[in-house]
Design a protein around this ligand. Structure first.
Ligand code: BGP
Length: 469
């Protein structure tokens, strides 16, 4: 079987992780420009000031994507590059930069797939309360509208937010992302609700403009499975899925929040400050979503937690995705299992759990269109005689593409795959050591680009539309 003709084979990046040019041409400060410079927050103090200098080398990079045969490039826009103070004047140089990127993609026949928000918030908004403050919701809707109007003639695929669970959880519960707040459950739920409201309003607005493209949101896809058959652990997994999946997928796809979580929030005094009007907006926008983007790296293996919550470790090491910590409410714990495989950074490699998760998703939400907007292997790539022989990455992507093929055969509506990442880039908390790309960047030699083995492999996959997988 080949991937269907309308299935896009692509790869992804995000502004802060590749661009650099942090203070170039009128760009405003982002929360990450500030946060990454607080000692101890990132691996060896790495930051995105230069990143991989995509800001200056985008032509070369998109040229390489074209050579690889990439059909679509998912990238994000830096909000403070476009509206430096969040909701004030538009920066023409910011618009020009993204026009250049989009036009360069189109010149090579690469479909641009835009993420509006991949975590770099204008610092002015962060200082005014960030996602807790409803000013940020209004500001986002204005920013999104600016982007539709500037680029919507050529861009027909829009993602509003990337992984709300990650920037809200790490931002307000673990303190590992901006604004660096630890353990504030009330703020965490407020931030998520404000994001869903912003998303819903941005979807409405897009549809009202009648640009005839598609719009959706990208969520982490990390279904929880009980470690074993014990009733306690199965309940723990149910709880994990309610909080980690339903809380995020329901408002977008069903237009309402899951009862199970709402009851808990009520009981604990965590209910967000929401208005009837906002809840209505969320409800009305839900059927207008064209797709949902899934970022799949690993599932969760879950057991009931019996330790005191105070013991929760929120250090940077514990915030980088490796299992082994209790949930914020102390109900469950994620665990490593002896019979599973893990990456060097401790993330489980489980293409079978991906397929299983997709089946569950379909049973909950029906035939909604899906894009896999991220999936890939973070590794320290082997270099042999100057060649980057990233065989484990090839194997990883191949296994996941196979799972997707099987899902398509079962009638699951997946329309594209975006490997994370197109090029080696800055890992938020892990510096440049944890590589994901098809294109290597030499930090010892002037950020020179080099094609990895996976580059040639993915080129062939695209050429043959995955026939050999
Ligand atoms: C996702 C983010 C990406 C990317 C990826 C890999 O959560 O959307 O931006 O960073 O994870 O994560 P890491 O770099 O921590 O390995």
């Amino acid at each position: 079987m080949r991937f269907p003709k309308d299935f896009l084979l692509g790869a992804a990046s995000a502004s802060y992780q590749v661009e650099g040019g942090w203070n170039k041409d009128g760009k405003g400060l982002s929360n990450w420009d500030v946060f990454s410079k607080i000692p101890g927050k990132t691996f060896e103090g790495t930051n995105g000031d230069v990143a991989v200098d995509h800001y200056h080398r985008y032509k070369e990079d998109i040229g390489l994507m074209a050579e690889m045969g990439l059909e679509s490039y998912r990238f994000s826009l830096s909000w403070p590059r476009i509206i430096p103070d969040g909701d004030g004047e538009i920066n023409p140089k910011g618009i020009e930069f993204y026009n250049n990127i989009i036009n360069e993609c189109l010149k090579h026949g690469i479909v641009p797939f835009i993420t509006l928000y991949h975590w770099d918030l204008p610092q002015t908004l962060e200082e005014d309360g960030g996602w807790i403050n409803k000013r940020t919701v209004d500001a986002f809707v204005k920013y999104a509208n600016t982007c539709y109007r500037a680029f919507g003639d050529r861009v027909k695929h829009w993602i509003t937010f990337n992984e709300a669970v990650v920037f809200c959880d790490l931002g307000y519960l673990k303190g590992a992302h901006p604004p660096g707040i630890e353990g504030d459950v009330k703020k965490y739920f407020q931030a998520t609700h404000n994001v869903f409201t912003a998303h819903a309003r941005a979807v409405e607005d897009y549809k009202n403009l009648r640009q005839f493209g598609e719009i959706g949101i990208t969520h982490v896809f990390s279904p929880a499975f009980s470690r074993d058959d014990s009733e306690d652990n199965k309940l723990a997994a149910y709880h994990a899925n309610q909080y980690g999946m339903s809380w995020y997928y329901d408002p977008v796809l069903k237009g309402s929040y899951p009862e199970y979580v709402i009851k808990d929030l009520d009981k604990n005094g965590w209910t967000p400050d929401w208005t009837e009007e906002e809840l209505k907006i969320i409800e009305l926008a839900a059927p207008k979503n064209d797709f949902i983007g899934l970022n799949y790296y690993q599932p969760m293996r879950v057991v009931k937690n019996n330790e005191a919550v105070e013991k929760r470790d929120n250090s940077r090491e514990k915030s980088t995705g490796e299992p082994g910590n209790s949930s914020f409410d102390g109900v469950f714990r994620t665990v490593k299992m002896e019979d599973k495989k893990y990456t060097k950074w401790g993330w489980e490699i489980a293409p079978d759990a991906f397929l299983e998760g997709l089946r569950i998703l379909k049973s909950h939400y029906g035939d909604i269109k899906l894009y896999v907007t991220e999936n890939g292997l973070g590794d320290a790539d082997p270099i042999i005689e100057g060649e980057i022989v990233d065989v484990p990455r090839i194997k990883y992507i191949e296994e996941h593409l196979r799972a997707i093929k099987n899902a398509i055969k079962e009638g699951i509506n997946i329309k594209g795959y975006y490997a994370w990442s197109v090029i080696d880039l800055l890992s938020w908390l892990n510096g440049f050591k944890k590589q994901y790309g098809f294109i290597y960047v030499d930090h010892k030699d002037n950020l020179k680009r080099k094609k990895k083995l996976s580059f040639y492999w993915y080129k062939k996959v695209i050429e043959t539309r995955g026939e050999e997988i």
